[in-house]
Design a protein around this ligand. Sequence first.
Ligand SMILES: Nc1ncnc2c1ncn2[C@@H]1O[C@H](COP(=O)(O)OP(=O)(O)OP(=O)(O)O)[C@@H](O)[C@H]1O
Length: 223
Amino acid sequence: MPDREGASGLRLSHVAIRHEDRVLIDLSAHVAPGHVLTVMGPSGSGKSTLLAYIGGFLDPAFHASGDVLADGISLSGLPPEQRRAGILFQDPLLFPHMSVGENVAFAIPAEVRLSAERQKIAAAILSEIELDGFAGRDPATLSGGQKARVALARVLVSRPRLLLLDEPFSKLDADLRAQMRSLVFVRARSAGLPVLLVTHDAADAEAAGGAVHRLGQRGDADA
Ligand SMILES: Nc1ncnc2c1ncn2[C@@H]1O[C@H](COP(=O)(O)OP(=O)(O)OP(=O)(O)O)[C@@H](O)[C@H]1O
C-alpha cells in the first residue's frame, strides 16, 4: 500500500467522542506503520473509550463521529472482527479452558484450515517469544510475564492491521515491564504495525518513542 498521501498506517480523521454534554475525545492523528502514538490522560479521561471506538465496540451510551482508516480502508462501518485490530489489555485474558497452544491457534485466521498448519504457526510464534515447549501447558501454570507474552503471540498470529494497547504493561513488575515493552514495540516495528498505546505511565511513552497526545487537549497528533 503506497504511503504517498499518508494512506498507510492508522489515520484518525476528526474523531470526536462525547458522553452527554462532555467531550472526551477530539483528535486527528496519523500513526505510520511500525510507529507508536501514545495517548495519555488521567483515569476517566476517555483512553479506553477511544480504543473501543477504533476497535468497533464503543458503548452506545457515547456519541461518536469521525473516521478511522487503516491502510486507507475505512473501519467505521465494519464489525469488530473485520477491523483486524489486535488488542492487548492490562490482563492477558487467556482462555482458561484451552492450553497455551490452543489459545494462540484460536486467533489464527480461519483461512488457515489445516490443523497441522495452525499448530505449526502457534509453535513458531511461541518459539519466537521464548516459550518453546509451552504449547501443551495450562495457562494457569504460567507466570504473569509468560501470560503477557502468550497474549502478544495470540494477537500477532491474528494478522492484525494495527495494535491497540490498553495499559498492557501496568500489572507487570519493573523488570518484566521493560522486557515486555521492548518485545511489543520491536515486534510491532518489524511487522510494520501502527500502534496506539494508552497509558498513565510516562515511562511507557518514553519506551514507545513516538508522539504523545494528552487527552483534554484538542488537535492533531502524528507518529
Ligand atoms: N458504558 C459507559 N456508560 C457511560 N459512561 C461510561 C461508560 N464507560 C465509561 N464511562 C465513562 O466515560 C469516561 C471515560 O472512561 P474510560 O474508561 O474511557 O476512561 P480511561 O481514561 O480509560 O480511564 P482509566 O485510566 O481509569 O481506565 C469516564 O468518565 C467513565 O466513567
